[in-house]
Design a protein around this ligand. Structure first.
Ligand code: PLP
Length: 390
């Protein structure tokens, strides 16, 4: 089956009592058992029967199984947000005294998780240029526990060589982990690229309508100790499991993700090309443009469509703010891959709480606008961009 079919046709783990065609929302915390032995088996994990909805819920399980079916994962774990999935992932890979190799170009909260939150628990972040495998290898020592990358960095749109990083990680016996929120896992074969785990903010492409927060860990099963820690320690002891209502909304979103992605990515490419020819636009960041420094690498790794996020630079911060204020159709809002198009000035908003020195180190420029392209007609979007620029 192809992905558009698989996204809709994933069998339920058990036949529904009413043969509901859509997976019902099991808004329950507790479950009843026939007898004490069946109950003990469920609580000790000897059966897959749910016992308590902080750790297992049929609506969430079905969402996880659809993602496993689509991604080829051995296990999928769903969390209440992308950050909950990322923190569970990194807490599972690391322990006190270990170090994580990653990039200076990271989503803002992931950057703070690595450099501030996890530092408090004795985990060191070694941030470098992940597009330079030699620089990465130079940082590896006996305490390195993983390499963590983002498929396309936000807002720099940088793309690292995943196979080269996988070779380093596997030579030294630790996992390669990627946040692949920017390109849906249906677009590429994460396992063949050498990824051991993907983390995804399902708030974005999967939700689509920006209806609910969520995150998943896609686990190919290469590091069983880490898998066990995710499913047991993280889900049981940290909490943060996805709610059944969010799983329901996100399962609906998943059914249409592929068609939305194709439409949004095609519109993003059209807009990136038009913006490249627009007076007043100094530069456009989009891996689908042949002029992008990692265009070829992007296409080899992630396929023909380069996602629905693009950036462009104007002459000054003041010009960016005038542009944002002048928009009439495009929304002034954060989030990515909503059905509607959204514009934001990352330096003063998402990265606003950081210092200028931190923004400089992360290459977050005062002159950059980020656009998340939605499902509207690209001609209408370009007309709004033109009038706001003028
Ligand atoms: N990873 C990336 C690349 C993101 O862009 C975001 C949010 O914008 C996240 C993770 C965090 O996801 P969430 O907001 O679902 O916690």
């Amino acid at each position: 089956m192809k992905n558009t079919t698989k996204a809709i046709h994933t069998p339920y783990q058990r036949r529904d009592a009413y043969d509901a065609l859509q997976m019902p929302v099991y808004h329950t915390l507790a479950y009843e058992f026939d007898n004490a032995d069946v109950m003990a088996d469920a609580f000790c994990g000897r059966t897959d029967a749910p016992d308590y909805s902080r750790v297992l819920n049929p609506t969430v399980t079905h969402f996880e199984q659809r993602i496993a079916h689509l991604s080829g994962a051995k296990e999928v774990s769903a969390f209440s947000s992308g950050m909950a999935a990322i923190s569970a992932m990194l807490m599972s890979a690391a322990s006190a005294g270990k170090n994580i190799i990653s990039s200076t170009h990271l989503f803002g909260n992931t950057y703070l998780l690595l450099t501030k939150t996890m530092a408090r628990y004795g985990v060191e972040a070694r941030l470098t240029d992940l597009t330079d495998p030699a620089a990465v290898e130079a940082l590896v020592d006996e305490n390195t526990c993983c390499i963590f990358l983002e498929s396309v960095t936000n807002p720099q749109t940088e793309v690292a060589d995943v196979k080269a990083l996988a070779a380093i990680a596997h030579k030294h016996g630790f996992p390669l982990i990627a946040d692949t929120t920017m390109i849906p896992f249906t677009q590429f074969d994460g396992k063949a690229l050498g990824l051991d785990f993907q983390v995804v903010s399902t708030t974005k492409y999967i939700s689509g309508g920006a209806t609910s927060l969520g995150g998943v860990i896609i686990d190919y099963g290469n590091f069983p100790e880490i898998s066990l820690f995710i499913k047991k320690d993280c889900v049981f002891n940290f909490g943060g499991y996805m709610t059944p209502h969010a799983a329901y909304m996100q399962t609906l979103g998943l059914e249409t993700m592929q068609v939305r992605y194709e439409r949004q990515a095609d519109s993003a490419l059209k807009l990136a090309k038009m913006l490249s020819q627009t007076p007043g636009v100094m530069a456009v960041g989009y891996p689908g443009l042949e002029s992008h420094p990692q265009h070829k690498l992007f296409t080899e790794q992630y396929g023909d469509r380069a996602g629905a996020m693009l950036t462009f630079d104007l002459e000054s911060e003041a010009a960016c703010k005038r542009f944002i204020n002048g928009l009439k159709l495009i929304h002034r809002a954060t989030n990515l891959f909503d059905n509607r198009t959204l514009a934001i000035h990352p330096a003063s908003t998402i990265f606003g709480p950081l210092t200028q020195a931190q923004r400089d180190a992360m290459d977050v420029k005062d002159t950059t606008i980020r656009l998340s392209v939605g499902l509207e007609d690209p001609e209408d979007l370009y007309a709004d961009i033109k009038q706001a620029l003028e």
